[in-house]
Structure formats: structure tokens, C-alpha cells
Design a binder for this molecule. Structure first.
Ligand code: PLP
Length: 332
């Protein structure tokens, strides 16, 4: 019996068709700019997002860090969500490697940062303060696709306040599918966007930072310094091209599976994620109970289930039945 892994959409394995294109990829030394497959991926991503250029990197942590390092200098500040990946889940890279100060703010219920609150923490031009340079948003944020109008308002806001706007778009494709818009329609509001191919799109490795030519050439220097300059990595890029060409529209199926799971469990669905409050007992006992039955989840008082291409519809039914079994045992 196969394991049903709902911990994250990062757990997807490359399909055999993807592996075949990877195995046959034309490659060269990318540090010399000579990997034709990486060059093709960088043009494709830039074009899809409507940006001048893009840069391939091993992870979204690195592309977000590259954005911070290119928009901000030592002693500058970025405004970011308290629960944002770029603040909470990237090892403090901005501070450690960029001497960049974060100004975190709580996300609103809908995954936005309230622009009135952002305005209040933008520092005046005074030598007591760090220079506020950048606002970072996340889309999707905990599965929530941000409202399109909010993105436009944020772009205007950033222009008015003369700060840059970066999007952590690790799951921008889920947001685009949910809102029924192109990724370009989302990306056009931002100076730069980081995208991940290794999540719901199913590539094994790879992220891109998309932005202006000038920013991307600065990012290329930082990427080398961070050790992200890879050689014949066209093998990886081929998986990413395959993902962009074949796996975007099918994200709707992941959202449907999440909806089915949410209705079966009485949970809350946001794109490809389902959130379910299981309380203290559930936090302690449910993960092991499910693991014994071939189902993997991350522990928490509120559990996040993530659907993806390696989860079948009948797996969803198995999960619902098994969790029902757990709670009826708990009650008896
Ligand atoms: C996964 C993720 C990233 C990047 O993670 P890596 O594992 O470094 O590729 C960035 N932001 C968000 C919101 C993510 O979920």
C-alpha cells in the first residue's frame, strides 16, 4: 500500500514523463551562462510573469533572499508578515547574510497586510531609524489567494511611499488558478516575484526570481556568493520547464480534492490546503494513529493537510474515514 503524504506539496515525486525530459536535457555550464535548458527556463519564466529577466536557483529560500539582498542594503528594513516564509521560515537569512532588519506585522484574516498598518511602520527619513525599502507579500498565504484589488492597491501604495514590492509567490500558480487569472496579472503589481516549481507543480528542485534586468544581474552576483551557482543544472531546469508546460491547469484538481477533504472533515479549505482544529489530544495522538495506517500529516492543534498530484481522489476518502475512526475511538 502506498503512503498518503499530506504534509506538504513539496513531497511530490517527478513523474516518469518529467524524468524522461530531465534525462534528455541539453546541458552546459550555467556559471558561464552556457546551459541552454536553464537559459530557456529563465526566458520562459520571465515571459510568463511579464518580467524582463529571471534567475534559476536551488530553492525558494534562496530566491527570496536574493530579492531581499537586491532590494535592500545593510541597515535597510523590509516589512513582512509575522507568519511569512520570508520572515519566519528562512533561518533569519536577511539579518544574518544581508544585515537587513525585518519589520514584521500580523497578517489579516485574508492573508493580506493591512496597508494602513504598513504605512504606520514605514520609518521617517531620520538617522535614528533603519531605511524602510521593501514590502514583502505572500500569495498564496497559508493557502489563501490574495484579492486582486488588494494587489493593485499594494502596487499603488508602494509607488506612493517609494518602496519596492516583492512577492513570495511560492504558490502563485495556485493563486492564479483560484482567481482564474494569468500569473502575469498577479506578477505585474510587483517589482519582483519568487516562484517555486518544487511544490504543487511537481518538479524535484527549482525556484526562480523574476524581476528587472538590473535586479537580476545583481541577483546573479549574490547567487554566486551564496553558493547557488550550479553547473549542468539544466537537468533540473528541464523538470521545471516540464512543470510550467504541463502542470499548472491541473492544480484545479488539487483544489477540488482539498474541497472534498474539507467537506468530509468539516475543515476549512484554502486552494490546496485544508485546516482542521483537532485540539490537544488530536495533536498528541492523531499523527501516530494515521502513520500506523499509512497516512502522513504534520502535527499541530490545527492540522494543515496539503493536497497535490500524488494524492488520488480515493486517498481523500481513505483519509476522511480514518480520521472519523480516530475521533469515534476517542469518544468511546
Ligand atoms: C516553500 C516555500 C518557500 C520556499 O521554500 P524552499 O523549500 O526553500 O524552496 C517560500 N515561501 C513559501 C510561502 C513557501 O511555502
Amino acid at each position: 500500500m502506498g503512503v498518503i503524504d499530506l504534509r506538504s506539496d513539496t513531497v511530490t515525486k517527478p513523474s516518469s514523463a518529467m524524468r524522461t525530459t530531465m534525462a534528455n536535457a541539453e546541458v552546459g555550464d550555467d556559471v558561464y551562462g552556457e546551459d541552454p535548458t536553464i537559459n530557456r527556463l529563465e526566458s520562459l519564466a520571465a515571459e510568463m510573469l511579464g518580467k524582463e529577466a529571471s534567475l534559476f536557483a536551488p530553492s525558494g529560500t534562496q530566491t527570496n533572499l536574493l530579492a531581499l539582498l537586491t532590494h535592500c542594503e545593510r541597515g535597510d528594513e523590509y516589512i513582512v508578515g509575522q507568519q511569512a516564509h520570508t520572515y519566519k521560515f528562512e533561518g533569519g537569512g536577511a539579518a544574518v547574510l544581508g544585515s537587513i532588519q525585518p519589520q514584521p506585522l500580523d497578517f489579516e484574516e485574508d492573508g493580506t497586510l493591512l496597508l494602513d498598518k504598513v504605512a504606520q511602520v514605514i520609518k521617517p527619513d531620520d538617522f535614528h531609524f533603519a531605511n524602510t525599502r521593501l514590502l514583502c507579500l505572500e500569495n498564496t498565504q497559508a493557502g489563501k489567494a490574495l484579492p486582486m484589488e488588494y494587489l493593485q492597491n499594494s502596487a499603488e501604495f508602494a509607488r506612493d511611499h517609494q518602496i519596492k514590492l516583492h512577492l513570495d509567490g511560492a504558490r502563485i500558480f495556485n493563486a492564479a488558478v483560484e482567481r482564474n487569472v494569468s500569473v502575469e496579472a498577479i506578477a505585474k503589481n510587483f517589482d519582483s516575484v519568487s516562484i517555486c516549481l518544487s511544490k504543487g507543480l511537481g518538479a524535484p528542485v527549482g525556484s526562480l526570481l523574476c524581476g528587472s534586468k538590473d535586479q537580476i544581474s545583481k541577483a546573479r552576483r549574490w547567487r554566486k556568493m551564496l553558493g547557488g551557482g550550479m553547473r549542468q543544472a539544466g537537468i533540473l531546469a528541464a523538470g521545471c520547464i516540464y512543470a510550467l508546460e504541463n502542470n499548472i491547469d491541473r492544480l484545479a484538481e488539487d483544489h477540488d480534492k482539498a474541497a472534498r477533504l474539507a467537506s468530509g472533515l468539516n475543515g476549512i479549505q484554502q486552494t490546496n490546503m485544508v485546516f482542521l482544529r483537532v485540539g490537544k489530544v488530536g495533536e498528541e495522538l492523531l499523527p501516530a494513529f494515521l502513520k500506523d495506517r499509512g497516512i502522513l500529516i504534520s502535527a499541530g492543534e490545527t492540522i494543515r493537510f496539503v493536497t497535490h498530484m500524488d494524492i488520488r481522489e480515493r486517498d481523500i476518502d481513505t483519509v476522511i474515514v480514518t480520521i472519523e475512526e480516530f475521533f469515534s475511538k476517542m469518544q468511546s
